[in-house]
Design a binder for this molecule. Structure first.
Ligand code: MN
Length: 246
């Protein structure tokens, strides 16, 4: 019942813009949620439909752990399949692609939900959109480099997803999964969708459109990146969450 995004406005030059919905850190199955366990995901999917998004990116820590209950996992998969748009998941540090990963359960096996690293080497091409989505999945709980990927694009549009900690300065050097400015700047992408932080904000030195979405429950928004021929517009779209703000 959700829009497929075909109603998005054409740009002045006649070329249709690409609308990318981006969120992260839902921590489904965790114990800190207010309201129902899938309320935040429901609100995210409604926001993606309202904005006529072409694709939805869930950039890590979608699940709080691999101990998530069957009802939460199966319910989430059902909702994602019914979303009516491609959904791309990047495994994060809470939900890495370990042998017991939630993404290896039966619920995901047949579902049309793309998990980077599980169904691909970390890149997926959505041919009808001329869009490549690339990211380095967390495979273990250990430190890794979230932007250790191919720098150049292979499609007209390229969005990179990464789950880690933006390296703002020496005070961050002790942290794991670091994302330094020079790595952000070296990547040829129209938009870099970041996860791991609860708070929505831009990252990097401004030379590339790199943004954290924040978590749905704290930000109470998702990011919408509208990618056109010569500009990227990034905005925050409000979520309809029943519970009051923290
Ligand atoms: Mn994380």
């Amino acid at each position: 019942v959700h829009s497929t995004g075909n109603e998005a406005s054409p740009l002045p030059n006649g070329e249709r813009e690409l609308v990318v919905a981006h969120t992260s850190d839902l921590h489904l199955g965790g114990r800190v949620h207010r309201g129902g366990p899938l309320d935040a995901l429901q609100a995210v999917l409604e926001a993606a439909a309202e904005t006529h998004s072409d694709v939805l990116l869930l950039v890590g820590d979608v699940f709080d752990s691999h101990r998530a209950s069957a009802s939460v996992v199966e319910g989430a998969v059902e909702m994602l399949v019914e979303a009516g748009i491609p959904v791309i998941i990047l495994p994060g540090n809470h939900d890495p692609l370990t042998p017991d990963a939630v993404y290896r359960r039966a619920a995901f096996a047949e579902a049309d939900v793309h998990v980077l690293g599980l169904h691909s080497d970390g890149s997926v091409l959505l041919a009808e959109l001329e869009l490549e989505i690339s990211g380095v999945p967390h495979l273990t709980y250990a430190d890794m480099s979230p932007l250790a990927l191919r720098r150049d694009r292979t499609a007209k549009w390229r969005v990179v997803v990464a789950h880690g900690h933006w390296h703002r300065g020496s005070e961050d050097s002790h942290r794991g999964w670091l994302i330094p400015d020079h790595e952000l700047a070296a990547i040829d992408a129209d938009y870099i969708a970041l996860g791991h932080w609860d708070v929505p904000q831009p990252a990097g030195d401004g030379s590339v459109a790199a943004y954290y979405s924040g978590s749905p429950e704290l930000a109470r928004t998702i990011n919408i990146a509208r990618i056109g021929a010569d500009r990227v517009d990034v905005s925050r779209h409000p979520l309809r969450l029943a519970h009051p703000a923290r």
